[in-house]
Every structure is written in C-alpha cells, then in structure tokens.
Write a protein that binds this ligand. Sequence first.
Ligand code: CA
Ligand code: CA
Length: 363
Amino acid sequence: MKRIIALFISTILLLSIAACGTFSPAAESNTPLEQDKVTEADNEETDEEDTDVLEALPDVVITNGDSTDGIELLFGSVTTTEGEYKEGSGAFKSAEADVKRLHFFLNNPVNITEYLNGYLYLKFCIDKPDNLETGLIVDIGTDSTNCRRWLIAKEDLKSGWNELCLGLSVGKYEYDVGSPDLTNLVYVKIHQYVSNSGAYKRMITIVDDIRVMENLPGQAITNCDSTDELALKHGLLTTETREFKEGEGAFASFGAEIVRTEMTLNKPIDITEYAGGLLHLWLYIDNRDKLQSSLTVELGSDSENCYQWTIPKENLKNDWNELYLDLDESLKIEEITYFRLLQNEDNNENITVIVDDIRVVKD
Ligand SMILES: [Ca+2]
Ligand SMILES: [Ca+2]
C-alpha cells in the first residue's frame, strides 16, 4: 500500500484572516513565471488551462522592504542584516517598545480595486508575540482615519517568520475605518491592538514583501466554495458567516460521523511541481476532546493511493486550525482526484468539523 504517515504538522493560526502559505519567496516568482507561460502558449495554441492563467492579475508590490525608495518611512528602518529579511536584500524593522510597528506612505499611489476578492500578503517576523497585549492591527488605505483594517490575535502569530494572507474583502475581522480610497492606496501602518494604553513591552518586528495578490499561492485542490467541480460524498457546503475561512464557503460536517469530508474531483489536478511541498488546509473543530485520538487526512487518487497524515487531537485547538502537511516526495503522486478527512474511531459524539481552502504550496 502506497501510504505514509507524516508526523509533521504545524498549526500556524491566523484567526482573523483568510489563509497563508509557508512557501518561500514563491509569491514574487509566481506571476512572472505564469505570465511567461501564457506568452509562450499564446504563440502556439492556447488551451483551457493557459486561458485560466491568462486571467490572473499580476501582484501589486507595495514594497519589497529593500529600501525606502518611493516611500516616506515614518516608523521603522531598513535592515539588511542576514536573517532579518526574507526577500531581496532588506526589510523594515522596529525594535522599540512602542504601539507602532511600521508606518509609511507611498509616494506613488497604487490602485487595488481589481483585487478586492484577493489578498494583502506580507511576511511578518516577531520575536515575542506574547509581548503584544492583544494582537496587531494592519491598516492600508488613505490615512489613519480612512483605511481598511485587519485584526490579528497574538495567539495566531508564532515567534519567528509568519506569512500573512489577509483577505481583502470585508468580513468579521476586516473592515473599513472611514472611507479608504483604494484606487489611490498610499498609507500602510502596522500597530499593536491594545485595550488600554499602558507601558508597551519591547519586541522586534520585521516586515518584508508587502503585496496585493489576486490568488493565494500554490495550486488549489478546491476552495470549497461550491461543489461544481467535484462530487462531495460526505459533508455539505456551508456559506454561513464564520463557517468558512476563505472565499464564500466551506465543507462542513455536523453530528456523529466517522468520515467528515470526502470528495472526488471531476478533473484530476496535476501537483507534480509541488512534490516535496505542503498540503495546506483550514480545519475547524468545535470540540477536539470529543475525538478519541485523532483525525486522518488523505489526498491522492483514492484511499489506496494517497498521502496520509494522522493529526492527534492534542495538535488541534477548538477553533480554526491552519494546517501545513508535508507532501512526501518519494510517493510520486502526480494527479489528485480524491480528498478525505475522517476520524480514526467511531465515538458517536456530535462534533462540528469544517474544511476550507485545500491547496498545495511549495515548501
Ligand atoms: Ca525585501
Ligand atoms: Ca472557501
């Protein structure tokens, strides 16, 4: 049997946000590479897949953090120290005990109105997330009283580098302050989310590679927004607020079930270029203690030919969990038509389990 159990599981949890990949500077290479492909295809015959690529908008880079060219930097400074940037040659760093973490204006406004179903992406490093009082606020827009705002709980940041993909559409944790002009985005500020202004603790924060992108990185298996391209054999589509993490829906399973989600895709998805990468998914569970031991995730062509991961209940929290699971290179599974999430025991307990944004990304 072509199976493995991958023990690695990391739960980078971004409560307030859509989703995010642990890919390395892949974001900056995605669009140019894909555009190259389109150009080549256009010279020959454009097939269906290439037409999809053609529709992707290029990322809008707000700053690569390498310098202050084109930027009026009001808080933070450029670091070029090895290990203190993730992309290019530098990033914006702050090491003060201050409510502000990064604040700048762009000299040349950017228009992001075509990306409002997309994502604000940034690489964010923090040495001591526990030194935040509550969390972070990320603002972009016109000025401090006219901006789109995201709230990020400190529990959803890990010590070290985090990759944040903040959904640009307005939701529970993302909303407008005033009336930001997103045709002329000039203002970016990252600051602490505090309930009362006290003495701020010292911490180091670094921000690199801030960009706006239309699509999440990697290759979607399904965004779980509809059942158009697949047969959902266990679970059902939900579009209730708070019951999805990305887009407009997710696949939910309520009550006592062993198999929580099972689907077969109408068309195989080629993941060859993601061998050795990661499977990403959002997984919600309302009460992990009602599991006897664990959940299993399967991805492949069927239950006999698949990657398989066992996730102990201790590795989950009672909320949304963002999972990144290793795609073992040696398995050589190239085409995906099958996904399943199941409990490892039948404990006859009523549990709610939801999955969203199933996607493969590069490591
Ligand atoms: Ca950089
Ligand atoms: Ca979704």
